[in-house]
Design a binder for this molecule. Structure first.
Ligand code: PMP
Length: 311
């Protein structure tokens, strides 16, 4: 089912009605997956009449890094793209939480699968967005038989369109086997991440996450969780995670723009800890939601506030 887009999109340098933002079927990015994208949440703060965009400058910086990996150049820099995002949010005047998708793509029509010299462009669309995962039921996760793409195949560090075939294969396998999501191992057999979220586990009171050279996306929520934990005095470790550590972990959760902070209750049918949300997960989840709702002044600097008008 198609998800309705908000009224306006940014396309070929202008704000246009979303249904007019169309590309040729020969577009290089469509044929070869040569695009780089960002996924950003805006939380409607009803009392304030603003949309709080979570870590916008971090998202546009990572987008530019992903674009660099695929040699996609724009006239705009990261600040310029952030400015267009704010303008688009303002024009759409959303009355719900939203998901914003800036996309830098190879817009040329060349037939050759290569990167250099193919014209790039920026498109941005947005949609109303609720929870990606159930927030009240712990997730059932399986370790996928699909291996995470490694840096020397398609860099996971970049949020690159073609790389999401790997996530899609793992997600389908998990859902068809009756699970909510997959955990992927990298080519070294270590845990990398979920199909669209980074992983944290808790062992003996420490919060542990795979390092950025474990073939993960350098997640912005992951970085935020590390900050929330350090600020709260919870010990953190960025180190490789073995598959069997999932079986002996006290707690586990996914984090990401879509996932937010989502409790993992079991892996391959084995409960993690009690199988319910543990105390450290609860603390991180609380801090995260207070932050994005604009309720915690300590983390106000993580939000870009765009004024919106009441209906
Ligand atoms: N890993 C993958 C593969 C993802 O698609 C995402 C979602 N962007 C994440 C991790 C989480 O990253 P972030 O917190 O920046 O959204």
């Amino acid at each position: 089912m198609d998800i309705p887009l908000q009224q306006f999109a940014y396309f070929e340098g202008a704000f246009v009605p979303s249904d007019e933002a169309k590309v040729s079927i020969a577009t290089h990015a469509l044929q070869y997956g040569t695009g780089a994208f960002a996924g950003i949440r805006g939380y409607l703060d009803v009392s304030d009449e603003t949309v709080n965009i979570f870590r916008l400058p971090d998202h546009t910086r990572r987008l530019m890094n992903s674009a660099k990996i695929i040699r996609a150049e724009l006239d705009l820099d990261a600040e310029g793209v952030a400015g267009v995002v704010q303008e688009l949010v303002s024009r759409n005047n959303p009355r719900s939480n939203v998901y914003i998708r800036p996309f830098i793509y190879k817009a040329g029509l060349e037939l050759t699968p290569k990167l250099k010299g193919i014209r790039s462009d920026l498109a941005i669309y947005m949609m109303a967005f609720g929870d990606y995962f159930a927030m009240d039921v712990p997730l059932r996760v399986m370790v996928s038989s699909w291996t995470r793409i490694s840096d020397n195949i398609i860099p996971s560090r970049g949020k690159v369109t073609g790389g999401y075939i790997n996530s899609s294969l793992a997600k389908d396998q998990a859902e068809e086997a009756g699970y909510d999501d997959a955990l992927l191992l990298n080519t070294d057999g270590k845990i990398s991440e979920g199909s669209g979220a980074n992983l944290f586990i808790v062992r003996n009171g420490s919060l542990i996450t795979s390092p950025i050279n474990s073939d993960i996306l350098e997640g912005i929520t992951r970085r935020s969780v590390l900050m929330f934990a350090r600020d709260a005095g919870v010990p953190v470790e960025e180190r490789e995670i073995d598959r069997s550590e999932m079986f002996v972990a006290d707690e586990a959760f996914f984090c990401g723009t879509g996932a937010q902070v989502a409790v993992i209750g079991s892996v391959d049918g084995r409960p993690i800890g009690s199988g319910e949300r543990g105390p450290i997960t609860e603390q991180i989840q609380r801090t995260f939601f207070q932050c994005v709702r604009g309720e915690d002044p300590t983390y106000g600097h993580l939000l870009t506030r765009v004024p919106v008008r009441p209906a």
